[in-house]
Design a protein around this ligand. Structure first.
Ligand code: ZN
Length: 1086
């Protein structure tokens, strides 16, 4: 084969200046092998071929292994300890690894660069799971308002804390856009790279991979790898191109053989090329590959367990006895499988994978499939090979493996085994996940009407993990806080989050794994579906959680904010990473479709689609087709209308409509129109009609009236098409009876009415609100407050509606109200009239505070616990003395008895910790820090991290901020953003956080090795004066080239500040006047 044969009696002369060797792997030298050892090796090798090769041959019988001769691999590269000569001799690879030789022709990426960056890129691109709810939804103990970073799903539930928490949805602070802002940004940025140019050529497709990896988890973190990939030639081609990144290999080890009946012929590789930008390895061949032929490419490579939480990476934790332990795990979505092994790293290239993982005997490995056999490694004492069953056809981003000393528990039925893995000292916290996971998996088998196709499913809680969780087929990976639940420490919301994330990832086993998007433009289908179906899964296992009611809060109300920006984007768009639009709007429009089609049609069409494309790839039109066929068969959709016609208006254009219902004087008729809803009233029609595009949707109209109110039927009574300027509805009740549109808010639109109908609705709410369905009460609150914010309705209307809350007992309408009121509070925060608003808000909150009581009861229904949590948190946030005193008292009691876990109820921890620290000083803060270091429970650590940002002591706050960006400070890099947001949402810390970014831009960039746009968003989201806006403009212009990749985010954050300004100009005085007119003033004692 291409390489220079070495005399094994000679030391391997590694040129330490050569780029190949310019890596930190220790002991990477020396060939001290004896002839005897070689002989031994050869014998052992033959055994190896017999044992391990069998499987390969069975899979593709023509394949000849690439190791016709023994290649001693003496790099010992993975070892960091000092070995004796004998040990070194024994370390000779028993695998197919070949000699690492000098290779002047090498054009592969230099591993030294890999080794050099030790700073993690915290933001791994894909985050599978976007937080369904921010804890601030539930908990206003801190003014969190965090924007949920698209890529940081994992942090989704900031139990945020800062001295003023606000229940704010992530996007609540983002409003609409002003055209000139976009142009400022656009002019600063150069054209973006066309993503399509980054795609692999279509001439080849992988059929089967064989991958061997030996990660030195307890050594110097190197990985020895060997790859074989069987390739089918679809079109004649003279090169083989695949993805590779952060890996080195050697030209001479790359071999390409034609697979045929009468022996395998090698095709010469004339030239090797590495395209760093596109992360391509390209083998230029001496002759073209014939269409229809099959070939086997093999190569050896070296990788590295990075600490960037992407690709194949390392993680660490402290064991119960205080010793430091290491593990290795993977995170591949969207395009990081190529960092673990060379591959065709696009979702459309499905293939089977046959994986071998080497480990030390004391460790365990897990991967997508079960282990077939474990065999000792030749002469490598203490090491074994785990060989895995070949997978079914799958995309590379769903491959996964982990090497750890974790412990596990399992539950088994006749079809599959379900296991949970965690640090041994935290394994008991995985009991809840194990109690719900198998039930959900079984339920999804029924829901999708397709059995789970693998013999087992593992879930593992990782101490360092960038996304929230990842749905790798048969091996789901989680952040600890999203899988581990400690009954006496974790809050009810933690429990719901674990149920939701588990359900989401299990739903992906079908939607995403079995049928996969052809390309990332359709990633929203994966995420939208999983985000919708997760509610169905949780509802099945935990019906008391009332997940279907929570959906409108967690998904629709939240994304309504972001999607009412002019700088929003369509659900389907060309981006590798799914963002909140994909998760929240995606799930919302799928829910809408479920309701207009009916459950029966929806599930049947879905099942047909999954069966048609299982083990393959699909696009959204494929799904629309199968749903249309089912809908026409069931007559749930008119024969001249298709699902595609309707859904294209929701997925291919951004935004959503507000539907205006104008009733006739006698009330029995209504004229209904639609227009795009924007958070700031458009100054021209430009936002409604862009170019030749007019913003109109297919709108399913559902409604009910006072005469025969029915809040259960969600079947459309009429459709409004994009071509209708207006439609007329007849048969409505007389003018003294209300009508309410958008039953259960199943349609993704807001509704506005004429004044008379609003009055009727308000009167009904005041007289007997329970006549109107719970979800619709939340809808009316959210719609009316946002219609007022956008200038469609006088603020007096929603503020009058809120008066009925005194009688409201349900959580969902309360949460809808408070999530919106937090915007008013944040805008007023630094103004002279804040005190007046505070009195008004207290007048709303105090009845709730009194009714829920300060004593928590974890036996109450979940939503009652949430309601209490919210009521108390708001009272404390509004500085209600009784609440503050009780919180501080509890915190002090806990300080006196730190080991007593029952002093602070899990649901009140976030509030009590925050207020205890806010009202205290250094001593209180240090106590929290010590508890953070000592805790073995992830959710407790998160609560404390957020609460430590509540201090009013500026010195402590600044020190804390600096610690977050200091390696080894005790704060994990995955938590840096949480700390930053806690500081930024503290009124004392907002400008500190913003200054920190401006002054430490390069430090932060180096720390994350990339731009972290969320930090800028978090620190600027409440800016609402001209000076602030100017500062942000200057900052953005100064860093325009670096911010290029985040053009859309930058537009959104600028638009947000601009909108805050508009809002202040338009409504601040209006609201002050309303407050004064209604008895709230600076002087009175309300
Ligand atoms: Zn997902």
């Amino acid at each position: 084969m291409g390489g220079t044969k070495k005399n094994c009696m000679e030391p391997l002369n590694m040129d330490m200046n050569h780029p190949d060797n310019n890596i930190s792997f220790s002991n990477k030298k020396g060939c001290y092998i004896s002839r005897l050892a070689i002989f031994f090796l050869f014998v052992l090798f033959l055994c190896s071929v017999a044992a391990t090769g069998f499987l390969v041959f069975y899979y593709h019988s023509e394949v000849k292994f690439a190791f016709e001769e023994v290649k001693e691999y003496l790099g010992l590269m993975g070892q960091s300890k000092d070995y004796t000569l004998e040990e070194k001799t024994n370390l000779i690879s028993s695998t197919t690894m070949k000699m690492l030789t000098e290779d002047p022709g090498r054009v592969f990426p230099d591993l030294s660069s890999t080794v050099a960056y030790s700073e993690p890129e915290d933001d791994v691109n894909i985050v599978d799971f976007v937080p369904v709810t921010d804890e601030h939804y539930l908990d206003s103990s801190t003014e969190t308002n965090t924007e949920i970073p698209l890529d940081e799903v994992g942090e989704k539930s900031p139990s945020a804390s800062s001295s003023e928490v606000e229940a704010e949805t992530l996007a609540h602070d983002i409003e609409m856009v002003q055209p000139e802002l976009s142009s400022i940004i656009s002019s600063s940025f150069s054209p973006e790279v066309d993503r399509r140019s980054l795609r692999l050529p279509r001439a080849l497709k992988p059929v089967h991979y064989l991958i061997r990896l030996q990660p030195f988890v307890n050594g110097n973190f190197s990985v020895r790898g060997y790859l074989e990939v069987e390739i089918e030639v679809l079109e004649e081609t003279s090169n083989v191109t695949l993805h590779i990144a952060d890996i080195i290999t050697h030209n001479e080890t790359v071999i390409l053989r034609k697979l045929q009946d009468f022996g395998n012929l090698e095709t010469l590789v004339q030239r090797h090329e590495f395209d760093a930008k596109r992360e391509f390895y390209i083998a230029h061949l001496s002759q073209p590959l014939e269409k229809g032929s099959r070939h086997l490419m093999s190569m050896e490579f070296e990788g590295y367990l990075n600490d960037n939480m992407k690709g194949f990476y390392r993680s660490t934790y402290e064991d119960a006895d205080g010793s430091q332990k290491f593990l290795a795990a993977t995170q591949f979505q969207a395009s990081d499988a190529r960092r673990a092994f060379p591959c065709f790293d696009e979702p459309g290239f499905k293939a089977t994978f046959e994986i071998y993982l080497a480990r030390e005997e004391a460790m365990t490995t897990i991967s997508n499939m079960p282990i077939v056999e474990t065999t000792p490694m030749f002469d490598q004492d203490g090491w074994v090979w785990d060989r895995y069953n070949t997978t079914i056809p799958m995309s590379s981003y769903l491959v996964a493996f982990a090497v750890s000393d974790f412990a596990s528990m399992n539950e088994t039925n006749e079809n599959w085994m379900f296991r949970v893995w965690a640090r041994e000292s935290a394994l008991d916290q995985a009991e809840y996940a194990l109690s719900i996971g198998p039930k959900m998996l079984s339920h999804f088998e029924e829901f999708f009407k397709i059995p789970f196709p693998l013999p087992k499913l593992d879930m593992i809680a990782l101490p360092d993990f960038a996304p929230g969780a990842m749905e790798n087929w048969g091996l789901v990976t989680f952040r600890e806080t999203l899988m581990l639940y400690h009954p006496s420490t974790s809050s009810a919301y933690n429990k719901q989050l674990i149920a939701s994330v588990t359900s989401h990832e299990l739903a992906h086993q079908w939607f995403g794994n079995l049928v996969t998007p052809q390309w990332w433009t359709d990633i929203w289908l994966n995420e939208g579906f999983a985000s919708y179906v997760e509610y169905i899964g949780v509802d099945h296992v935990e019906p008391s959680f009332q997940m279907m009611e929570q959906f409108v809060l967690e998904r629709i109300h939240r994304i309504f904010q972001m999607d009412s920006l002019e700088s929003s984007h369509p659900i389907r768009h060309d981006a590798e990473n799914a963002d909140m639009i994909a998760y929240d709007k995606g799930s919302s429009v799928i829910r809408m479709m479920n309701h207009f089609l009916s459950d029966a049609t929806f599930t049947r069409g879905l099942n047909n689609y999954l069966r048609a494309f299982q083990y393959a790839n699909a696009e959204q039109d494929d799904l629309w087709h199968h749903l249309t066929v089912a809908a026409h068969e069931d007559q749930s959709l008119s024969s001249n209308l298709t699902v595609k016609t309707i859904m294209d208006t929701w997925t291919l254009q951004m935004g959503y409509p507000v539907v205006m219902v104008l009733r006739s004087p006698d009330g029995v008729m209504a004229t209904v129109t639609q227009e795009r809803f924007l958070q700031v009233p458009p100054r021209s029609q430009n936002s409604q009609v862009v170019g030749s595009h007019s913003y109109r949707w297919w709108v399913p109209l559902t409604y009910t009236g006072r005469d025969s109110s029915d809040f259960t039927s969600t079947k459309p009574r009429s459709w409004m098409s994009p071509s209708n300027d207006a439609i007329t509805l007849r048969g409505l009740p007389p003018h003294d009876q209300w009508v309410i549109f958008n039953i259960q808010q199943t349609g993704f639109y807001r509704v506005n009415y004429d004044v008379n109908n609003w009055k009727l609705i308000i009167n009904q709410l005041m007289a007997n609100h329970s006549v109107i369905g719970t979800i619709n009460r939340a809808q009316i609150i959210d719609d009316s407050l946002n219609l007022a914010k956008a200038g469609h309705l006088p603020y007096a209307a929603p503020l009058s509606i809120l008066r009925y809350l005194v009688a409201e007992e349900d959580y969902v309408p309360w949460a809808a109200a408070l999530n919106n009121l937090s915007y008013l509070k944040r805008m007023f925060r630094s103004t002279p009239e804040y005190e007046v608003l505070r009195k008004y808000l207290l007048s709303i909150i105090l009845p709730l505070y009194e009714s829920v009581g300060f004593e928590d009861s974890t036996d109450d229904p979940l939503l009652s616990q949430y309601k209490r949590q919210k009521g108390l948190a708001w009272a404390c946030m509004l500085e209600h003395h009784d609440c503050l005193n009780k919180s501080v008292e509890l915190y002090r009691m806990w300080m006196a008895h730190p080991k007593n876990n029952s002093i602070v109820s899990p649901n009140l921890k976030s509030m009590v910790y925050c207020r205890g620290i806010q009202e205290g000083g250094e001593k209180e803060w240090q106590f929290a820090w010590q508890q953070y270091l000592l805790s073995n429970v992830g959710s407790e650590k998160e609560q404390l991290l957020s609460a430590m940002g509540c201090t009013r002591n500026q010195q402590i706050l600044l020190r804390y901020l600096e610690m977050a960006f200091t390696t080894d400070s005790g704060i994990r890099k995955q938590d840096t953003k949480r700390v930053f947001r806690a500081v930024a949402s503290n009124p004392v810390g907002t400008s500190m956080a913003w200054n920190f970014i401006q002054e430490n831009w390069n430090v932060i960039y180096d720390f994350f090795d990339k731009i972290v746009i969320d930090l800028i968003k978090a620190s600027t989201k409440d800016f609402n004066n001209a000076q602030d806006l100017q500062q942000v403009h200057v900052f953005v212009e100064q860093h325009a080239s670096q911010l290029l990749e985040h053009k859309l985010d930058v537009q959104q954050l600028l638009e947000n500040v601009h909108n805050n300004l508009s809002w202040m100009n338009n409504y601040y005085n209006v609201i002050v006047k309303w407050l004064n007119d209604n008895g709230f003033s600076r002087s009175n004692t309300n």
